[in-house]
Every structure is written in C-alpha cells, then in structure tokens.
Design a protein around this ligand. Structure first.
Ligand SMILES: Cc1cc2nc3c(=O)[nH]c(=O)nc-3n(C[C@H](O)[C@H](O)[C@H](O)COP(=O)(O)OP(=O)(O)OC[C@H]3O[C@@H](n4cnc5c(N)ncnc54)[C@H](O)[C@@H]3O)c2cc1C
Length: 467
C-alpha cells in the first residue's frame, strides 16, 4: 500500500495520559484531527496504576485549559481547584470524561511498537521529509496494524520502565532472581493483600525521592496501626543524610509535596525506619530462608529483609523510536534543547524555564516527545509543564508559529529537588545555586495538623522529584 498524502493524515498521539489527552484537545483546537493510541485498557492507564496515591498538586494545577474548553459543553464540572485529587480521582473525574469527549479518536488496547518514515529507515535521506510517518500498532486482541501520520506526538510517559535497584544503574546481580520479593512501585497499603505482605515485616526502601518518602511514611503508618506491629523500614540511600535529604519541607511552594519529605523524616526520627547511607547496591542474595540480602559495592552486607521496594526513578522507553532521527541529551535522555533547562544538577522543580516546540524538536521534523517522557530521566516533571508543551507543539504542527513560540509558564519555586547527579558522594556538600538547596526541614508528623492537606492522610509519590 502506498502512503497517503501527508496533509490528509491525523497526528498520532502515543499515550492517553494527561499529556496525550491534552495534546489531542489542543490539536482539535487548532482544527487538526488527533488519533490517540493507548496501550492500556482505559485512558489514563498509568495514572490508574497509582490510584491510591494522592497528588501533591491541586485540581487547579492538573486540568489543561484546552481540555476544559472541550469538556465544558458536556456539563462537566471542574472539581474544587483548591483540593488534592488522588490518581484515581484524576483518572475518573477528568481523564476519562476527556477521553469520552474525544470519542473514537482515542483507541485503547493499542500499543505503539514502532515509528518510522514510510519507506525510509533511519539512514535514508531521499525525500525523507515528504514521507508521512508510519506507526506500527499491536492491539490487545493480537492484531497488528500499520497507520500513517502527518506528525507524531509521543506522550507515552515513563511509568512502564522503572529504574533498577543496582547502584550503577544496572540491575543488581541477583535482582531478577529475587523478583518475587521486589516491587518497583509504592505499594497500596490500603489493599488488605498488599498490607499483609508488608505488615510486621522488614522492608528495604531504595531511593531518595518523593516516592521513597511516601513508601517510608506509609510503612510508618502501618507500624503504628493495629496489626502492623514490628513493621520496619530500612532506607537505602546512595548519599548521606543532610538538610536537603528530605526536600524543601515548608519552603516548598507545593506544600503537599514538601510535607512528604517531612513525613519521611518523622518515620526515621521515630524509629520506624533506619537509614543506610552511602550504600550502592551491587547484588541481592538470599539467606537460608529465602530472604533478600543487599550487598553494597563497598563490600557491606546488610541484614536480611523480607521485602524490597525499589524507587530509583523512571526511564524513557526509546526502543520503538529507533528508526527516527532524534537528538537526546546523553545524560538525561531528554531532547537536547530541553535537557539544560531541567538538569537536576542545576534546577529545582521550580526553575524550569518556559519551553515549547523549539526545545522539543528533533532533526526528524514533526516528531515530539512531550509530557513525562520529554524529561527523560529527570525527576522533576509537573503536569502543568506538559500542558504548556502540548499547546506549543499543537500550534507548531498547525503552522501557527507566533502562538507556538509564545511559551509562558510560571512554575512554583521549591527546594525539593536535590541534584540527582550528586548521588554518589555520600558526604558531599550540597550543590550551590540552582534553587536546589533546601533549608533544614521542620519535623512534622504524618497526619499532624501542620502536615499539609491531603498529603497528610495519603501522601503522594513520584512525579516531580520522584523517584
Ligand atoms: C505517583 C506519581 C505522582 C505524581 N504526582 C504529581 C503531582 O502531584 N503533580 C504533578 O504535576 N505531577 C505529578 N506526577 C508527574 C506527572 O504529572 C504524572 O506522571 C503524569 O501522569 C504524566 O503524564 P503523561 O501523560 O506524560 O504520562 P502517563 O500518565 O504515564 O501516560 C502515558 C500513557 O501512555 C501509555 N503508553 C505507554 N507506552 C505506550 C505505547 N508504546 N503505546 C501506546 N500507549 C503507551 C501508558 O499506558 C499511559 O497511559 C506524578 C507522577 C507519579 C508517578
């Protein structure tokens, strides 16, 4: 089959998460037909997997303006902008209604397995820009299909590819063999079966971001609850403990996010978790009872644990983009124009400069990585950043460069982000400049009145400043 004329084709959006659905809304706003391909069974499939986690952003910060415009005629009422949704709320009350309005422009059970230029592999120059994109899709019922697109917006996130336990970025030796005792997500301790797995047990939590804070706080809550006696966390950190280990605390302009670090600090201070610092996991062995034993690169061998929770961040899956000519930063795996603006060595969540289609473009014109995926391995993404990205990208695809170039986004300041690049120096002084240095956080117990809003009852994880 010959490829059809490019102008008649839809823009394929990969992923029906917050960024992908917002991209579709902005494309429609520009008069362009989007086709959203979602691997999961529903829109917001990744967000649904963390339904039990409460966001540190309010409703007012996680609804896209073009999406709201599309939803308004349906009688949709925006939830109270000052309240904090859970992942489940975000999916039920916003993402699903938005997917419903988009109708059959959103296809679920449709996994994108490859993107290229029709008839041109990566090395062929001839007439490359004139060829439409070809998108290979594997459907849940086993069918495979080839679709054509005038542009491709990859909003597939990073949720599906969590980082490993190994301190070098590779899986630790024995990590795969110990898979039955390891999880890579914040467990939902409200689920009785999951609760039973961790209650009264000794659990290693590997990682130093918002997700690790959340897991530690949840384990501490479990320890204090009926049936949870003896629950103990062992917090594995590549760095040492310092003033900024626990994030921005009350200095964070997203107060619920600041409260997370304070809850983790309380877990340590109250003896529900022991911190093991300067530890880079090299191997995971088993003791005679099958319990995991963590071995460090420095030869340390920790006491056995019952479970391991690995929260070392997420990575972009670039495998299905292999035939495209992308330029990605060698460290972050983010578009080269964007990477310097989000480098965790330099910037906190709040010092990301406004950016749009120019920073997100590649030598392969017409392809954009947006949303969480655009940040590559940087842990600082906020939904509102993604909404501004897709507004600019949709305008650029429509040829409205004036609008596309008018990127304006003010993000909240914060001291939460410690530089990921500093991980390997346990006793290193904190980075200066860059807005990453936090004042020593004040201790707030989880659930105490000073702990902020929703985060106090069910703290969020991941995302900005995750792992
Ligand atoms: C636990 C957690 C809490 C967070 N809290 C906040 C917060 O409070 N505030 C904030 O601003 N941000 C937060 N974030 C960060 C960020 O806003 C969210 O991760 C958000 O979901 C990112 O949206 P996205 O659309 O880029 O990616 P995702 O939500 O991950 O959506 C990507 C979609 O693409 C689909 N997909 C993946 N691969 C393919 C493929 N090959 N083909 C087709 N479909 C595919 C997935 O199934 C998924 O549905 C949080 C993140 C996490 C993990």
């Amino acid at each position: 089959m010959n490829a059809p004329a490019t102008t008649e084709l839809p823009v394929v959006v990969i992923g029906a998460g917050p960024a992908g659905l917002a991209a579709a809304a902005h494309l429609l706003d520009q008069g362009i037909e989007p086709l959203v391909l979602e691997a999961g069974p529903t829109a917001g499939a990744a967000v649904r997997e963390w339904s039990h986690v409460r966001l540190f952003s309010t409703w007012g910060e996680v609804v896209d303006p073009a999406a709201e415009k599309l939803l308004a005629p349906t009688g949709w009422t925006r939830p109270d902008p000052a309240t904090y949704p859970s992942g489940g709320d975000w999916a039920d009350l916003y993402l699903q209604p938005l997917a419903d309005v988009l109708g059959d422009r959103v296809r679920t059970g449709a996994t994108v397995t490859g993107v290229s230029r029709a008839g041109r592999d990566r090395i062929v120059d001839a007439d490359r820009e004139q060829q439409p994109f070809v998108v290979h899709v594997a459907y849940a019922d086993g069918r495979e299909k080839r679709l054509f697109a005038r542009a491709v917006v990859d909003a597939s996130g990073t949720w599906g590819t969590p980082g490993p336990a190994g301190g070098s970025g590779l899986p630790a030796l024995g990590e795969k063999a110990a898979a039955d005792r390891i999880t890579y997500r914040v467990p939902d301790l409200k689920d009785p079966a999951v609760r039973a797995r961790y209650a009264g047990k000794r659990t290693a939590v590997i990682g130093s971001g918002a997700s690790a804070f959340t897991a530690l706080a949840h384990l501490a809550d479990l320890a204090e609850s009926g049936g949870g006696t003896g629950t103990k966390g062992v917090w594995i950190l590549r760095r040492g403990l310092s003033g900024s280990t626990f994030g921005g605390g009350e200095a964070d302009q997203l107060p619920a996010r600041g409260a997370l670090g304070l809850a983790a600090k309380a877990a340590v201070d109250e003896g529900h978790a022991d911190a093991v610092t300067g530890f880079r996991t090299e191997a995971i062995e088993r003791d005679a009872d099958g319990r995991p034993v963590l071995l460090g690169e420095d030869g340390r061998r920790l006491d056995p644990v019952d479970e391991v929770i690995v929260l070392t961040g997420f990575r972009p899956d670039l495998s299905f983009l292999d035939e495209l000519r992308l330029t990605l930063d060698e460290r972050l795996q983010a578009p080269v124009g964007l990477a310097p603006l989000i480098d965790p060595n330099q910037h906190s969540c709040g010092t990301v400069y406004p950016h749009g289609h120019r920073e997100l473009s590649h030598p392969e014109q017409g392809v954009y990585l947006v949303g969480m995926k655009s940040y590559g391995r940087a842990p600082t993404f906020l939904a509102m950043t993604g909404y501004e990205q897709v507004r600019s990208v949709a305008a650029a695809i429509a040829g409205d460069l004036e609008s596309a170039d008018r990127v304006e986004l003010t993000l909240p300041e914060t001291g939460v982000c410690g530089g990921a690049g500093l991980f390997d120096a346990p006793e290193a002084p904190e980075a200066d400049g860059g807005g990453c240095c936090a004042p020593a956080p004040r201790l707030v117990r989880p659930g105490a009145p000073a702990a902020v809003g929703a985060a106090a009852e069910q703290a969020p994880a991941g995302g900005c400043c995750a792992p």
